[in-house]
Structure formats: C-alpha cells, structure tokens
Design a protein around this ligand. Structure first.
Ligand SMILES: C[S@@+](CC[C@H](N)C(=O)[O-])C[C@H]1O[C@@H](n2cnc3c(N)ncnc32)[C@H](O)[C@@H]1O
Ligand SMILES: O=C(O)C(=O)C[C@]1(C(=O)O)C=C[C@@H](O)C=C1
Length: 247
C-alpha cells in the first residue's frame, strides 16, 4: 500500500535535522515523487543506461539505495550475464523495507542490500554506479574521496550516474529555480507549512553543489568524461564515464 507523506503537515514543536528514519521510509515513494522534479524520468534513464553500460560478470552499485527504486530499475533492464547488484544505505529503516520490496518481485539477478556508510563500503569491479540524490547528504569534505574510490573501483568504460539538487552561482537564476521547485511542490499538494518546515529540516543536511563544482570534482576524481544529461529546475543528473585505453 502506498502511504501519503503528511509528516510535516502539522506544526512541529522542534525543527531539528531531517533524517531517513522509519517515518520517512514509510512514506518515501510518495515523498520523493512529489518533491523531486523529473524523478521518474531519471529512474527510467537509469534502466536504459544500465542496459547499455553493464559489462558481463561485473558489479553494479546503488549507493544510498533507500527503498531500492534504482536497484529495481537496474535489475529489470540488466541484460549482461553474470552481474550482481549491490545496494547500500546507512538507514536501518530503509534497508529493511528495501529488502522486502526487492523480495516482492521475482528475478534471477543476484542482489545484496548492505546497511553501511557508502564512504566505507568497498567498490570493486564495477561497470555501473548510481548515486541517485545521495551525494548531497554526504559531508562536502568527504565527497572527493568517495568519488575517487568509486572511480578506482570501476572498470574502464564504466558509468556513474550522479543525480543531485543543485545550487546556482547566479543569484537571480538560483532564486528562480528554487521558486519553480517550490511551485512544483505546491502543485503536488504540499502546503506552505509543509514546504517551510521541510526546508528548515533539510538546511544543515542537504548541502547542494553547482553543476560546475560537480564536473570539476568528477574530473579530479579521475573521470575522463562527464556531462549533465537531465535538468528540471534545481534538480538534475550527470553521467560520468571512466576512460579506456582508446580515449
Ligand atoms: C534521497 S535518498 C536516495 C533515493 C534513492 N536513491 C532513490 O532513487 O529512490 C538518500 C538516501 O541516501 C542515504 N544516505 C545518506 N548518506 C548516506 C551514507 N553516508 N551512506 C549510506 N547511505 C546514505 C539515506 O539514508 C537515504 O536513504
Ligand atoms: O523536498 C525537498 O525540497 C528536497 O530537496 C527533496 C529531497 C531530495 O532531494 O533528496 C529531500 C529529501 C527527501 O529524501 C526527498 C527529496
């Protein structure tokens, strides 16, 4: 059964930091669909890109997998033989629900869901790595080290999909795209109170970078190629490819 996100509909006495606890996990599909413009388009493209980039007998990683929406897409579109998918999340509530959700659909592809910090987990022999709205929650100081480890754990020609909320250096543009996102949330039924409480809760935990910062960091981490392939307001997705000997 789908549960509607009404977590922030009533005034909260204390606005601490947003966290991915059991209450959030219980409404997460509704929350992310109504909060992230383009979320479904990005998931569909993760399926298409998996089909294209998964290499035989390699590993595919979904880092910050939540309930496994991207893992499911990858599993459904995987045609290369001998692959395994590894989903990682450090929220116990997400991991438990993710395992249930994956078990509800039949598949021959081996999938393992780990409860761990993506900054510590080993990345090995990967052809596809997904960071779908996860890097924005990692300490900015730890982001380059994580991407460098991901790059080191990938096969040549492997692909990273990095979806994020962005900030923009041009102040009027930044304001406009944030406002359009708020309109998107209003159109999806969120009240002004829900919007402002969630915004305060996210302030210290979701630290957005600009597209230029992401591209520069991906290059520094070793990725030979990267480009923004999707954007809607202040949300979007980049693709980065590890170079091969032919580059
Ligand atoms: C916005 S959700 C990701 C949505 C998901 N990828 C999808 O496509 O539906 C961010 C997730 O990242 C997880 N997360 C944040 N920081 C993490 C870390 N350092 N290690 C592991 N998981 C992390 C959170 O628990 C949360 O489930
Ligand atoms: O609701 C917002 O304003 C968001 O920034 C959306 C966002 C995200 O980008 O991850 C924030 C937290 C929830 O996990 C779902 C979506």
């Amino acid at each position: 059964m789908q549960h509607k996100d009404q977590l922030f509909a009533a005034p909260l006495a204390q606005l601490g930091d947003f966290c991915f606890d059991d209450r959030v996990a219980a409404v997460f599909p509704d929350m992310i669909q109504r909060s992230v413009p383009g979320y479904s388009n990005i998931l569909s493209a993760i399926g298409m890109m998996t089909e294209r980039f998964a290499q035989p007998n390699s590993r595919l990683y979904d880092l910050g997998c939540s309930l496994g929406a991207a893992t499911l897409m990858m599993r459904r579109h995987l045609t290369a033989p001998g692959c395994r998918i590894i989903g990682v999340d450090n929220s116990a509530a997400m991991v438990s629900r993710c395992r249930d959700q994956l078990a509800a659909f039949r598949s021959e592809v081996p999938v393992e869901i780990l409860e761990a910090d993506i900054c510590n987990v080993a990345i090995e022999d990967a052809s596809v790595v997904v960071l779908n709205f996860t890097l924005q929650f990692v300490d900015p100081e730890a982001r380059l080290a994580l991407l460098t480890r991901i790059h080191a754990g990938m096969r040549p020609g492997g692909m990273l999909i990095l979806s994020e909320k962005f900030r923009f250096d041009d102040a009027p543009v930044n304001e406009l795209l944030i406002d359009l996102h708020l309109d998107f949330k209003r159109a999806n039924g969120y009240s002004e109170l829900e919007i402002s409480q969630k915004r305060t809760l996210l302030e210290n935990v979701l630290r957005a970078d600009s597209v230029a910062q992401h591209k520069a960091r991906l290059a520094q981490a070793g990725f030979a190629h990267s480009e923004l392939w999707f954007q809607c307001f202040n949300f979007g997705s980049l693709v980065a490819i590890k170079g091969t000997a032919h580059d």
